[in-house]
Design a protein around this ligand. Structure first.
Ligand code: SAH
Ligand code: SF4
Ligand code: F3S
Length: 463
């Protein structure tokens, strides 16, 4: 049996949801006799799970296909077949165009059709297949369950998609087009998956959604659950000690969810809550549907509920029409919030989005300078946040071997990487760690006899 297994090579681009989806595809294809490989040259099937969010991300796919085509041709001269598949958001956005531009591609499959992969593969033997309709059936009802053996190998943390798609239509963003309308998975399906994860040894689960705090699922009795209700139910699962969620929209941060940050100890004190810009004019042009003050007021309320919460965000510089004054507003909001971490991007016009058609596109050189200035301010904040943890102790979930022998790397409640001298058998455990030094991107610490006391709870918010 083992000898006849076919090899699958998967490369994942983009966000955590793509990472989750790649795992689900691997599980679905295991049923078709595929096992994964890290070696492209032995792959019978290659899947690129792609991202369309910015031009650079989308263009990467074509250079990647070029590289794979060479391998495909070399294998063909050895009499071996290689199927090339493009999945993910570029597949959804470009569809047929991909096969026209890159005829070596055998199958194109959008994110809502992964449950059809076995059938698509069969059809791809006869010629290229493009499947980018939004099917009426829900893929999650038709995908096989998560294979926990695969997860166990990866460590004690897992992603779990609970909501997909987006109805917000920010004017710069392709996600509503590539992922479709907002859909929440039913409560029982999520709880069952989470229980399986916990039984497989997962200590931490990150709930995923393009707009995860818009979650509104139902249980079998028809009772409505918001994200706060769902987190409460998940926290009751034995073995699940840490819960995180991403990505949230400020408009959907309701009172119940804020209260959950106060009341549920399993919910980690770290929140990714993108604001994109600090300028009201730009926020309006982006269709974010809130102001700078709304956002700052919201953060005040969240910090009142959970004083030690660490904030993270996303920013876009150079949105069409952004002036120096608008950009200054962005720098100010970053300083005011005091982010523990943040991502920042140059605006990239995306086909089909309203902002791409706006005049007043900001010149590349200006965007570049603004990005550098913003990143300097973000890094200052990140460094300050990390240094403030030195001398304090908290719980660290040990996830994987460290760089040096005898070391493990884990995560603090605030999602910082922490290097600790610890024996390998503690991998997967949560241990108390006292932080001894801090670098810009990671911390170093030593194990303490007791679990951490969340000493940061008593720390003033870093500003
Ligand atoms: N759903 C999330 C983010 C999805 S995309 C949210 O609402 O915040 C992740 C990040 O990519 C966004 O937060 C934004 O900062 C960035 N992004 C999205 N479209 C972009 C574009 N056209 N150009 C540059 N950055 C973009
Ligand atoms: Fe894109 Fe806005 Fe939806 Fe986030 S909320 S996925 S940025 S449209
Ligand atoms: Fe990219 Fe699609 Fe995620 S565009 S960021 S892979 S939802």
């Amino acid at each position: 049996m083992t000898a006849s297994l076919k090899k699958l090579f998967v490369k994942t681009f983009g966000c955590q949801m793509n990472v989750y989806d790649s795992g689900r595809m691997v599980d679905a294809l295991a049923g078709e006799g595929y096992e994964t490989t890290e070696r492209l040259d032995e792959a019978d099937l290659v899947i690129l799970n792609t991202c369309h969010i910015r031009e650079k991300a989308a263009e990467k796919v074509y250079s990647e296909i070029g590289r794979i085509r060479a391998v495909k041709e070399a294998r063909r001269s050895d009499g071996k077949q290689t199927l090339i598949g493009v999945a993910g958001c570029v597949a959804q956005a470009e569809g047929e165009e991909i096969v026209r531009r890159a005829p070596a591609v055998d199958l194109v499959v959008g994110p809502q059709s992964y449950h059809r992969l076995p059938d698509i593969l069969r059809r791809a033997q006869q010629g290229s297949v493009v499947e980018t309709e939004f099917p009426v059936e829900d893929k999650f009802d038709h995908l096989p369950g998560v294979t926990t053996g695969r997860l166990r190998k990866a460590g004690p943390t897992a992603f779990l998609t609970i909501q997909e798609g987006c109805d917000k239509f920010c004017t710069f963003c392709v996600v509503p087009y590539t992922r479709g309308a907002e859909v929440s998975r039913p409560v029982e399906a999520i709880l069952a998956e989470a229980s399986a994860l916990a039984e497989a040894g997962m200590r931490e689960v990150t709930l995923l959604g393009q707009n995860v705090n818009a979650y509104h699922g139902e249980d079998r009795a028809g009772r409505e659950y918001g994200l706060a209700d769902l987190i409460r139910a998940l926290a009751a699962i034995d073995g699940l000690e840490r819960i995180r969620y991403t990505t949230s929209h400020p408009r959907d941060m309701d009172d119940a969810l804020i209260a959950a940050h106060r009341d549920i100890p399993e919910l980690m004190p770290y929140l990714h809550l993108p604001v994109q810009s600090g300028s009201d004019r730009i926020l309006a042009a982006m269709n974010r549907r809130h102001t700078r003050d709304d956002y700052l007021g919201l953060i005040d309320r969240i910090r009142e509920a959970r004083p030690n919460i660490a904030m993270s965000g996303d920013f876009i510089v150079g949105f069409p029409g952004e002036t120096d004054a608008d950009f200054e507003d962005t720098l100010r909001i970053v300083r005011e919030v005091g982010y523990a971490h943040a991502f920042s991007f140059k605006y990239s016009p995306r086909p089909g989005t309203p902002a791409a058609g706006l005049g007043a596109q900001v010149p590349e050189a200006v965007m570049k300078a603004r990005l550098a200035a913003l990143q300097a301010v973000i890094e200052d904040g990140q460094r300050a946040f990390n240094s403030a943890t030195v001398g304090r102790s908290f719980d660290v979930l040990l996830e994987k071997p460290g760089r040096k022998p005898g070391q493990l790397v884990g995560r603090s409640p605030y999602l910082q990487s922490v290097n600790v001298d610890a024996p390998a058998h503690l991998r997967g455990e949560i241990v108390g760690v006292r932080i001894t030094s801090a670098g810009p991107n990671s911390l170093f610490g030593e194990m303490t006899a007791v679990r951490g006391d969340d000493a940061l709870a008593r720390m003033e918010a870093v500003s």
